[in-house]
Ligand binder design. Structure first.
Ligand code: PGA
Length: 250
């Protein structure tokens, strides 16, 4: 079973303000009916405005994090239901920058995935090893443990996307080798099928880390790469559009 719909997901991180929404207008105009799912995850203050600008488009909007609780005394945090209310359908969870900057553990991520699923948001769960872990030969075991720990017990596969993002490849211009990507995506697929049975075949696995127009086609040709989570290159319609075109052709 390989009827997974490909997904090009943009992660704007802490970048973007009102004028940058012009890039979204340009993207929607250039890709009125993309042959793949397209998602942009802007900073929280832009979610609602971006969703409104994209209301006539098939491009989806997502958040970059949510709190594990539904509501309450958590100053500065945002619940999954609030993201949905603002127009989001997806949320990135457990990105390595949040694991590093905010000390998020896989157990924290699992609680957020649970909250997102309760709010009917699809989680993009990020996993990936550091350079030291790869050099120590621990990449597969580290990612396997992150994956196991970041998925709550009762989540259904329909509410999940996995993003493999080697930490050392994010924002650095370095990309994992094609054979390393193939090995890791194959291992993640096996773990998902072990965990979810046939449903694990339907979960999309994205590659992330310095995906650019110039390397996208090669990465998208790897088995079990169902799309990309794109940071820097998602900020302009020109670059993200070229990555969407490469994914459509894959
Ligand atoms: P990058 O970021 O494409 O800028 O490397 C990817 C990510 O962190 O999701």
């Amino acid at each position: 079973m390989t009827d997974r719909r490909k997904l090009a997901a943009g992660n704007w991180k802490m970048n973007g303000a009102e004028p940058d929404l012009a890039e979204i207008d340009a993207l929607a105009t250039a890709h009125p009916a993309p042959g793949v799912d397209v998602l942009v995850c802007p900073p929280a203050p832009l979610i609602h405005r971006m969703a409104q600008r994209l209301s006539e488009s098939t491009i989806d909007v997502g958040g970059q994090d949510c709190h594990a609780a539904a509501s309450g005394a958590h100053t500065g945090d945002i619940s999954a239901a609030m993201l949905l209310d603002a127009g989001a359908y997806y949320v990135i969870l457990g990105h390595s920058e949040r694991r590093a900057d905010h000390g998020e553990t896989s157990a924290d991520v699992a609680a957020k995935v649970r909250a997102a699923a309760d709010a009917r948001l699809v989680s993009i769960v990020c996993v990936g090893e550091t350079l030291a872990e790869r050099e120590d030969g621990k990449a597969l075991s580290v990612v396997g443990a992150q994956l196991a720990g970041s998925l709550p017990d009762d989540v259904t596969p329909e509410m999940l996307v996995i993003a493999y993002e080697p930490v050392w490849a994010i924002g650095t211009g370095k990309v994992a080798s094609i054979s390393d990507i193939a090995e890791m995506h194959g291992a993640i697929r096996t773990a998902l099928v072990d965990r979810f049975g046939a449903g694990g075949q339907g979960i999309r696995i994205l590659y992330g880390g310095s995906v650019k127009p110039g390397n996208a086609a090669e990465i998208f040709a790897v088995p079990d790469v169902d799309g990309a989570l794109v940071g820097g290159a998602s900020l302009t319609a020109e670059d993200f559009g070229a990555i969407i075109t490469a994914l459509e052709a894959a």
